[in-house]
Design a protein around this ligand. Structure first.
Ligand SMILES: [Zn+2]
Length: 470
């Protein structure tokens, strides 16, 4: 098995990936908080980790990829209150929307998708154990993690505890923080008390709900175990979310929570620039109206996952054009009804070189930017290749593009329903004009052909024509 290098946020350097056990790879990725539609930031994050799990599988590892659903959170509670619905109803609605978006973007489903509300009693047990071991304390119905008790606090974000304590004291504190009786401002809630009418569960500390960080530590423990190979997420999660997960899990288990911590960069969208050129859009669903999953994925993956992306209208249009180039080359795969070839056994030097260049890029900390450039170089090769070789080459192109979740389906002659309706209006207009010129041969031919397509043309008394699909 080839070495895969991964950049580990914990050590601040690239390392050769070695699983904790055999060839099994356990990955936990922080999933969405389901209170609204997913935006481009979610698209980037989940596309990146989708590619990582696909590639580990391709490299021969046995991957278990877990992505949670945060379905209890202040944002959910507040949004549900604004809408006058139950928080559970809101969370379920946006969980379905999230699934729909991920499917549309060709993001593979995780092996397990735990929901926070299914783990409440285990979270209470987790918090209770931390209290009994002296790492957490109760205060007025809340339970806080005592950060001063965890000497490694800050190790993921390379900040030392002294500086963090100082910084936290200087910060303007929220109303909630001022009310909370914490020992130090860095202490974070494992459990927050709830008022009688608010969402809550019974606990040894009274009615309340869990803190967000506790959710991930608890679900990792119960779904994957006390130590996992990779914990991933957006770089905004390094502090405090992942730092707090480490504090909770490592205090309780006295072993590393994750061997590798991997984080993806931001995507910057200038709302002003975008709305001028493309109209106002914010969500994945808005974008999917006019752009394919392949276009969105190519755009996201053209930049290395750790670098920031500046999302512009030009880059989106550029990605769309680039995808058509790949689709044209891939379309040879189906010609001549050629048999499916076994790429791993292929002796063709061009395929072998292409595959090894692609893999070399991906083995280098998932450098999808370089991997994509190998796809384009090979697409050019296909156009220049002997006709007999093209189907096999095109199959190879599709197979490797698919490791990036690109499908390269040839949709160039498939019409959407709006376009098809407009074309029908045009046909009806042409028939009308033939009738006006008394060219009945043409107008009858059009009617006959449309009838064969189960489309009925109706001349309206007093002029005009209408049509319907039978
Ligand atoms: Zn998390």
């Amino acid at each position: 098995m080839a070495d895969i290098q991964v950049f580990n946020t914990l050590t601040g350097k690239k390392e050769v990936f070695k699983p904790l056990s055999g060839n099994a790879v356990t990955i936990y990725d922080c999933g969405p908080t389901v209170y609204d539609l997913s935006h481009l930031g979610h698209a980037r994050t989940f596309i990146v980790w989708d590619v990582v799990q696909r590639y580990f599988r391709h490299a021969g590892y046995d991957v278990t990829y877990v992505r949670n659903i945060t379905d209890v959170d202040d944002k959910i509670i507040n949004r549900a209150r604004e809408r006058g619905i139950n928080p559970d109803q809101l969370a379920r609605q946006f969980t379905f929307e999230f699934w729909r978006d991920m499917k549309s973007l060709n993001v593979l489903p995780p092996n397990f998708e735990p929901r926070a509300t299914e783990y409440i009693s285990r979270m209470i047990d987790f918090a209770q154990e931390l209290v009994s071991k002296g790492f957490a304390y109760e205060s007025g119905g809340d339970v806080y993690f005592d950060v001063a008790k965890f000497k490694d606090y800050g190790k993921l974000g390379k900040q030392n505890l002294e500086q963090l304590m100082h910084g936290a004291r200087e910060q303007v504190r929220s109303q909630e923080d001022l009310k909370a009786a914490k020992k130090t401002p860095l202490d974070f809630a494992l459990w927050k008390h709830s008022d009688q009418n608010d969402l809550g569960w019974d606990s040894p500390w009274g009615r309340g709900r869990p803190g967000w960080h506790l959710e991930c530590s608890t679900m990792i423990k119960h779904v994957l175990g006390e130590s996992i190979d990779i914990h991933s997420g957006g770089e905004d999660l390094v502090f405090p979310h992942h730092e707090n997960e480490i504090a909770q899990s490592e205090s309780l288990h006295s072993k590393p929570l994750a061997k590798y911590w991997m984080h993806n960069g931001f995507i910057q969208v200038s709302a002003e620039k975008m709305s001028k050129s493309l109209g106002n859009f914010q969500t994945i669903q808005d974008l999917l109206v006019n752009y394919s999953a392949d276009t969105i994925r190519l755009l996201m993956l053209q930049t290395h996952y750790r670098n920031p992306i500046e999302f512009t209208a030009e880059s989106l249009i550029g990605a769309k054009t680039a995808v058509s180039r790949l689709v044209r080359a891939a379309s040879y795969a189906k010609s001549n009804g050629s048999e499916k070839i076994d790429l791993k056994k292929s002796e063709d030097q061009n395929i072998k070189t292409f595959a090894s260049e692609f893999e070399e890029a991906m083995n280098n900390d998932f450098n999808t930017a370089v991997a994509i450039s190998t796809l384009f170089a090979f697409a050019d090769k296909i156009q220049q290749a002997d006709e007999k070789l093209r189907p096999a080459y095109a199959q190879a192109l599709k197979a490797y593009a698919n490791l990036l979740g690109l499908q390269l389906d040839d949709n160039r002659r498939i019409l959407d329903t709006t376009t098809a309706s407009r074309i029908m209006d045009l046909v009806v207009e042409l028939r009308q004009s033939a009738r006006e010129k008394k060219d009945y041969a043409t107008s009858d031919l059009i009617r006959k052909q449309l009838t064969a397509l189960k489309i009925n043309i109706m001349d309206i008394a007093g002029g005009g024509t209408d049509w319907e699909k039978l």
